[in-house]
Design a protein around this ligand. Sequence first.
Ligand SMILES: *[C@@H]1O[C@H](CO)[C@@H](O)[C@H](O)[C@H]1NC(C)=O
Ligand SMILES: *[C@@H]1O[C@H](CO)[C@@H](O)[C@H](O)[C@H]1NC(C)=O
Length: 451
Amino acid sequence: MSCCSIEISFLCLLALQSAIGFRQNAVFDDRPWDEDYSLWKQGTDVFIRSYGLAFDWEYTMTEDDCTLALHHLWNPRIKGPKIPVLFVHALIADGDTWFVSKPSNSLAMVMAKNGYDVWALNYRATSYSPIEKHQYVNTTIDDNALKDLPASIDYVLQRTGYPSLNLVSMSKGGFVSLALLSTRPEYNAKVRLHYTMVPVTAVTQPRGWIKYFLEFHRFMVGKLGDIYMSLFDSNTLYFDFLHFWEFPLFLQRLADTLPGLEQRIVNWLWDARFRRGHINMDREIISKAVKRGFPTKWFGREMIQFSQNTFSGLYRRYSPSWLADPRSVYRSTLPDSRPFDLSRIKAPHIMLQANTEIFSTPADNERIRNELCHTFISGPRASKYAFEVSVPNFQHVDPLVGRQNAEIYVNAIYMTFRDHDISLNKTFAKILPRIEAEWKYLVPQPCVPIR
Ligand SMILES: *[C@@H]1O[C@H](CO)[C@@H](O)[C@H](O)[C@H]1NC(C)=O
Ligand SMILES: *[C@@H]1O[C@H](CO)[C@@H](O)[C@H](O)[C@H]1NC(C)=O
């Protein structure tokens, strides 16, 4: 009897201890992922709240009546004003993309935890911002850049009462953000600091499978034009294909039977040329993301838009060389197809480039650095804040799915935003805590202003 009650009190003590522990460390304990992904299946909101953050879904409307969802998260334990930061996602993704990694590796979660008001936009025709078919047919990347992004920025500013926000973008998100800032100069004043990771902006030579993938679209659109486009309006070809083959499951089995080979295949997919020794990309996170329904359903047409942009050789809206009038095929309502003029961008920038890039060559990277050189803020020892990650085989998707992103870039970028925001308004020194940040992985890259 007494033995039993001793046991019970011991258990009570344990329970109490873990309850207290949970309360103290609820946010960002490096707790293991649920193997059956139950938290993810219950939704991003459940997942984010389980780490002690507040979350809600918000919605805004574009000028052409598309409803856009926004992820909204913040730390309810931090009192006082919170500076808004808006995350702009990549191709074949949605706002969930910022939460696929473990929380300490997620810039969005780390910024929310430390006192920022975090928002993630969802372009039209993605999982949380579905559109009617008749709208989808006419959707272009320009709609993302010149309608979805400004609608989301304006909504966040209006909701938070701030005149400007911080912007974080990745891959196509970089393209979209730079397109807006160079096309509608008034938006530069609404951006405190734009941090863009692996922006796809000046691609001349896509590499690896992506090259053939995009080449295929280019060829088919050239041959079939509208007919090819309409193929993507009526079905979910890629989505079904990926899920039919259960690609993550395939990788998992391969990893179980031939450990090492699977990592090489993942490396090869992202153009690390079948090399061993990649220490960052986390296949498990990729599997989780795909299992949940990544990539999003609606991306055939987006893929075609993208292939057009990546082959343009310049940071252009369209690729006029192989289509007489691309605007007729893409049904753009824009009056012209001149290249984006990045010299018009005024908002301050920091940029991170990968050293193993499937989307751009070192020359592409250099060109975009030069085009944005006048916008980069200065960092330690007066070097400009355009970085390359020094980790071997740091790939295009690593900023999302890397195992060591907290050390590699997340904490350092949080500190950069913090310092910049404090330089704008000292009040935030009391609100935004300092955190330990490692700088050795971020190697500053030179740039030469174009004019
Ligand atoms: C697409 O846009 C064009 C031009 O604005 C319009 O004529 C056409 O009806 C639209 N297509 C659909 C399916 O709404
Ligand atoms: C600094 O931020 C605080 C809090 O948002 C605000 O009340 C104050 O007016 C700001 N100061 C300046 C100079 O903008």
